[in-house]
Write a protein that binds this ligand. Structure first.
Ligand SMILES: Cc1cc2nc3c(=O)[nH]c(=O)nc-3n(C[C@H](O)[C@H](O)[C@H](O)COP(=O)(O)O)c2cc1C
Length: 234
């Protein structure tokens, strides 16, 4: 199959999405499309290189929003029906809101719109699915309570990206999630993978409900459901 897989800027379900994408890439050609925020967040969670490693070759490109300028020419492939499927996972509340309102001003939302025009089935996996609280995972974080305020910050010295503002915080826009800082700090003050609870907003849940009603879009709850969905449509 020829698949387009779009990643938006959500940390929730990101690791799970990348794992399923890696698995699917063994038997399918996958073009990966990253929103600007998707690219940043993949880096923050140390997942960008894994995603890039899947790509290489015709219809196996890594398409970055910043490279596609304002008109997103690569999305034209969807309106021409060149793909069998478009998957958007994980999908931020921002991208869901745009899709349900017919807005197509990003690489990802434009690809969804063009897929609709080209009769390409689209699977969307929104991060804001149901009312209530969900646990989500944070990228690297400097815990100031554990920080011993060393004269020379070993974590900061070890960072190849110079992303750590010692005794303050990590500049996530520079961080590539390599984990060197966690290994270097003798006080274990930098941790990745901390779980936090976030509350789902009503408007985001409402938008997800609208998404379910849209033609040509199938909403799944988890990336682990994708393989079965595909086997049912082949
Ligand atoms: C570390 C990090 C994690 C994020 N996780 C989420 C998330 O799980 N869900 C979400 O809706 N937005 C999340 N965001 C915010 C989005 O990246 C932001 O709204 C962005 O503008 C979305 O753009 P996009 O929809 O074009 O990808 C996160 C931001 C950061 C910095």
């Amino acid at each position: 199959m020829r698949i387009g897989w779009a990643i938006t800027g959500a940390g929730h379900l990101l690791d799970e999405s990348v794992a399923v994408m890696e698995e699917l890439s063994k038997d399918n050609k996958i073009t990966i499309l990253l929103s600007n925020a998707g690219e940043e967040v993949l880096n923050m969670y140390g997942l960008f290189e894994r995603v890039a490693a899947i790509t290489g070759g015709y219809y196996k490109e890594l398409a970055l929003e910043s490279d596609q300028s304002f008109s997103y020419p690569i999305s034209g492939r969807f309106s021409l029906g060149k793909y069998d499927l478009l998957i958007v996972s994980p999908t931020t509340s921002n991208t869901v809101a745009k899709i349900v309102h017919g807005i197509s001003d990003t690489l990802v939302t434009n690809s969804v719109a063009q897929a609709g025009k080209g009769g390409v089935k689209t699977i969307v996996i929104p991060v804001d699915m149901e009312k209530g609280d969900v646990e989500t995972i944070l990228p690297s974080k400097l815990d100031l309570e554990s920080c011993a305020d060393c004269d020379e910050c070993e974590a900061s010295k070890s960072c190849p990206q110079e992303a750590i503002i010692a005794k303050q915080e990590i500049d996530l826009l520079k961080c590539v999630g390599c984990g060197d800082c966690q290994d270097s700090c003798p006080f274990n003050a930098i941790k990745a993978g901390k779980l936090i609870t976030i509350h789902m907003r009503e408007i985001d849940i409402e938008n997800t409900h609208k998404l379910v009603l849209m033609e040509d879009i199938d909403v799944l709850k988890h990336p682990n459901e994708i393989a079965e969905f595909i086997s049912n449509i082949i």
